[in-house]
Write a protein that binds this ligand. Sequence first.
Ligand code: ADE
Length: 243
Amino acid sequence: MKFHVMTLFPEMVEQAFHNSIMKRAVEQGLISLETVNIRDYTLDKHGKVDDYPYGGGAGMLMQAQPVYDCYQAVARGLKEKTRVIYLSPKGRVFHQELAKELAAEEELVFLCGHYEGVDQRVLDEIVTDEISIGDYVLTGGEIAAVVVMDAVARLVPGVLSNEASASEESHEGHLLEYPQYSRPEVWRDKQVPEVLLSGHHENIRKWRREQSVIATARQRPDLLEAADLSEEEKKLAKQYILC
Ligand code: ADE
């Protein structure tokens, strides 16, 4: 998976690939990152990339020209249908299914806005997907791009050392993950649930499934509608939604 990021702040994006799983994935050649500084493409002799919005209003807008020329430079090495993602609080809200869809692509281009946004004409020209990471406003798109790339990268085969860990986690099957415990068996008088020590795989699987249903009912009942629950599980969920 190749990520190309158009930004005014390349270091903000690059630092996210310098640690832990992302770093290892780059070293193994499973993912790669190219950042391109939009400012390098301005024709303004003072390096300006923003201007006032027509019609008035607060703040400045990123101008179309530097963004478009930056994209043209990035696009030279890309397949024609490569998706171009603009991070914005106006976009459709990012979720795990979209992460899976994007992980199936070979390359992705991200456009990070700053100031009060980007001239709509260049967005109309180059963007295929407008994505928000949630209903709040950030100072720029970089952190949002990093969030999306992180979620996508870990779904690329080989990036997680244990493949099973991506299939049993939160948001699989529209349920949240069950609680997990490690050693010691007792910590501050709190005992690890007995069933997990039993070695009985079927009972453990059942317990975990129940715990997933309960956690989802408590924390995110909105997810349950799309989850595939048995009649018994639906009854169990109801008990926890109400309290
Ligand atoms: N840029 C500013 N706020 C954002 C958000 N919530 N999601 C994606 N990009 C953004």
